[in-house]
Design a protein around this ligand. Structure first.
Ligand code: 13P
Length: 284
């Protein structure tokens, strides 16, 4: 099986009251670890790249080929979609052309009128489109937003264009959550759910949100949860411990296949935990 459409899996998650984990990938090892975790837990998954991460890996086509080749060589049987995260107008078009199965067009920094006009064009081109209303707080891949609560009427205007799933700011933040974070705003999430008439929603900044809150968000219509930072943190932590213990200096401990292994094992373990927590494990 090759990369599949995200629409079916997100719609099924929406009906079944669980959320598809959407893991950002950064390189070959990351992609292998995510695929291992979802295969072992029977989880349908979205693998996503930012434009910067795709550039780092050699370009959009390289990412499409890498994911398709790994699906085949690793014998992956669970559904895998490939998604562009926080795409620009040009990036979304380029990804659709080379075989990403869904794209996010992030026009949240434009005026709502311009966001709507550009979202409309992307929706006409793609099979599965995510659009964003209201900035997600924090910084990702050099794009920073203070975070704002999305306006339900604006969410409705964008949802009505025919987006497949909608990302809306509800107090969520990319990166680490500060100790004094107020939590997700469920009142606003409920209002958005009402306004958009039951379309699946996406929760960005999924790293570090307590599971009671992600579960409540899922019960209010969130069907895709984005995770990037959390896998980066467990990878960095395990790699630091390996080096601090001097293991890279013992024997051939400097061989990247050994040096990266603890970090990779940590990614697999964390990804599995999240698949379970979002209720998606066993759904493939
Ligand atoms: P985190 O890095 O906070 O997990 O956010 C990921 C994300 O929302 C990608 O769009």
């Amino acid at each position: 099986m090759k990369i599949v459409s995200a629409t079916d899996m997100v719609n099924k998650a929406h009906e079944g009251h669980y959320a598809i984990p959407a893991f950002n990938t950064n390189n070959l090892e990351w992609t292998q670890c995510i695929l291992k975790a979802v295969q072992e837990t029977r989880t349908p998954v979205m693998i996503q790249t930012s434009e910067g991460a795709a550039k780092y890996m050699g370009g959009y086509k390289m990412v499409v080929d890498m994911v398709n080749d790994l699906i085949e060589s690793m014998g992956i049987t669970v559904p895998v979609a490939l998604h562009l995260d926080h795409g620009t107008y040009e990036g979304a078009k380029a990804c659709i052309e080379v075989g990403y199965s869904s794209v996010m067009f992030d026009g949240s920094h434009y005026s709502i009128e311009e966001n709507i006009a550009k979202s409309k064009e992307i929706i006409a081109l793609a099979h599965a489109v995510e659009c964003e209303v209201g900035g997600i707080g924090g910084s990702e891949d050099g794009v920073t937003s203070n975070g704002e609560l999305a306006d339900p009427a604006e969410c409705k205007a964008v949802a009505d264009l025919g987006v497949d799933f909608l990302a809306a700011g509800i107090g969520n933040i990319h990166g680490k959550y500060p100790a004094d974070w107020a939590g997700l705003n469920f009142e606003r999430l409920g209002e958005i759910k009402e306004a958009i008439g039951g379309k699946p929603m996406v929760l960005h900044g999924g790293s570090g949100i307590p599971f009671e809150q992600t579960s409540k968000a899922v019960s209010l219509g969130v069907s895709k949860i984005n995770i990037n930072t959390e896998l980066q943190l467990v990878f960095a932590d395990a790699t630091r411990k390996y080096i601090e213990a001097g293991k890279d200096l013992a024997g051939k401990g400097y061989d990247p296949r050994k040096l990266l292994k603890p970090g990779c094992d940590a990614i697999v373990a964390k990804a599995k935990e999240l698949c379970e927590a979002f209720g998606a494990a066993g759904k493939a």
